[in-house]
Ligand binder design. Structure first.
Ligand SMILES: [Zn+2]
Ligand SMILES: [Zn+2]
Length: 244
């Protein structure tokens, strides 16, 4: 059913000329001009979570409550277009072909931030959400990113036990609590693939990092050497507060 829906969407895309999801220029799903106009986070940034910050220092939330991740990096602020509009179209309007240019952006970010990974894992979507949406946007991003970087991709290692539909109004500590034990190994899968390996988890957006932390927990428990998170966008706030 998911595959049929996806093919149907793609068939409709072919019937109608492709337009840029942001500026409506005909030709590609996200045009070169819009891609070039994305304003990447500029240094200095928090050494841990990657948000703009004083040089060489962790941001205030990372200082007091370090993320349970080896590190996190994002390309840009979630409040800015064309990235925000692209993520919306990708996630909520079935524009699955955005997985190409957005996944390539993540591959660029991997090199830009000098990350090192032996294995890429997308954040799994809960099966109910997967049935509703028809695709896991994190998986589409991770596929392109892994192909471009020639890094092995693992999509069937973890599954998501809990949905996060009630996350929106929760504070960072509550989100963490809510996401405890959210991800498990698939029955029959082996944890050997992550033992002493450097893992990169990919998602579209990270607000507090709580989902990435929850996803990293079983990987660390299985002996992963490092688990980094890489996302397209993060909400940004002033005064060093981590968004809630
Ligand atoms: Zn455009
Ligand atoms: Zn930080």
């Amino acid at each position: 059913m998911q595959i049929i829906r996806r093919y149907l969407r793609e068939a409709l895309d072919i019937l109608y000329p492709t337009q840029c999801v942001h500026c409506r220029r005909v030709g590609s799903i996200l045009c070169k001009q819009c891609l070039a106009s994305i304003s990447w986070f500029q240094p200095p940034w928090c050494v841990h979570c990657g948000l703009p910050q004083l040089p060489g220092k962790p941001c205030q939330p990372c200082y007091y409550h370090p993320l349970q991740l080896s590190g996190l990096r994002a390309i840009s602020s979630y409040h800015q277009n064309p990235l925000r509009a692209s993520i919306h179209a990708f996630k909520y309007a079935g524009k699955t072909r955005l997985g190409g240019p957005l996944g390539n952006l993540l591959a660029q970010a991997y090199q830009h931030y000098q990350l090192h990974a032996d294995l890429i894992i997308p954040v799994p979507l809960h099966k109910t959400r997967l049935e509703q949406r028809g695709y896991n946007q994190a998986e589409l991003l991770a596929q392109t990113c892994a192909d471009t970087l020639q890094i092995p991709l693992q999509t069937d290692l973890l599954y998501r036990e809990k949905t996060t539909s009630t996350q929106v109004n929760l504070t960072a500590p509550k989100r963490r609590e809510n996401l405890q034990d959210a991800f498990y190994y698939m029955p029959g899968s082996t944890t050997k693939t992550v033992f002493k390996r450097k893992i990169l988890i990919i998602d579209d957006v990270s607000t507090t990092g709580a989902t990435l932390e929850a996803c990293a927990a079983p990987l660390f428990a299985a002996g992963a050497q490092s688990v980094w998170g890489l996302v397209l966008a993060r909400p940004t706030v002033t005064k060093g507060k981590r968004p809630t």
